[in-house]
Design a protein around this ligand. Structure first.
Ligand SMILES: NC(=O)c1ccc[n+]([C@@H]2O[C@H](COP(=O)([O-])OP(=O)(O)OC[C@H]3O[C@@H](n4cnc5c(N)ncnc54)[C@H](OP(=O)(O)O)[C@@H]3O)[C@@H](O)[C@H]2O)c1
Length: 182
């Protein structure tokens, strides 16, 4: 094949779920985070800086603005919803895939972080390649939960114990369902 006839290949995005999860699965309370820790927020920033965040409209409203230095994709079913500096998509399937493919083609950056909240984690965890979880040692009050995880699909590859919580990375086992589930 000559150079000019080679098809244009776009690398597929790598999807990483990032969440802080209490021992009882709680992630949110009254529309806000269930737990805040400055070291964890710094790490979240470092992990995601320069990359793409996919989040639900409720989570975006709670944050209130696009986070600096990152591209923001918001899922909403509202046809008329818009916000400055945000890519809006209306389904978690083909429209999201097209938006992410366009970002990869434009920027060359393939790192996509699934940024919550609960509905978005539940819809996208089946497609994720990795989980970067802050596992909080305590049970917390709240009304939004991380979805059930089939741990047989995941391998723990790193655990960093902190004071009262741990940063844990899981990667999908070979032969798992990434990009075919949901
Ligand atoms: N602990 C953590 O790490 C963490 C991280 C993030 C968020 N949170 C917390 O999680 C809570 C928010 O989570 P949530 O479950 O209530 O809401 P959410 O997942 O942030 O957003 C839900 C909204 O996303 C849109 N949506 C969902 N699925 C869609 C689809 N397939 N197609 C198009 N739009 C779709 C809908 O927006 P419309 O209603 O506009 O149609 C839906 O109401 C907050 O308490 C937040 O603080 C915690």
């Amino acid at each position: 094949m000559t150079r000019s006839s080679r098809p244009i290949m776009t690398a597929r995005p790598t999807m990483t779920v990032v969440a802080a999860v209490a021992a009882n699965g709680v992630i949110g309370a009254d529309g806000d985070l269930a737990w805040r820790n400055s070291a964890d927020l710094r790490r979240l920033k470092a992990l995601t800086m320069g990359h793409t965040l996919v989040m639900g409209r409720k989570n975006f409203d709670a944050i209130g603005r696009p986070l600096p230095g990152r591209r923001t994709v918001v899922l909403t079913r509202r046809a008329d919803w818009a916000a400055d500096g945000v890519t809006v998509v209306h389904d978690a399937g083909a429209e999201l895939d097209a938006a992410l493919a366009a970002i990869v083609a434009d920027t060359g950056d393939t790192d996509v972080f699934v940024f919550g909240g609960g509905e978005i984690y539940a819809e996208l965890i089946g497609r994720a390649d990795a989980l970067e979880l802050t596992e909080i040692d305590a049970e917390l009050p709240g009304d939004v939960f991380f979805p059930p995880v089939d741990w047989a699909e995941w391998t723990e590859v790193r655990r960093e114990a902190q004071d009262g919580f741990a940063w844990v990375r899981y990667e999908r086992r070979p032969g798992g369902d990434a990009h075919t589930a949901n």
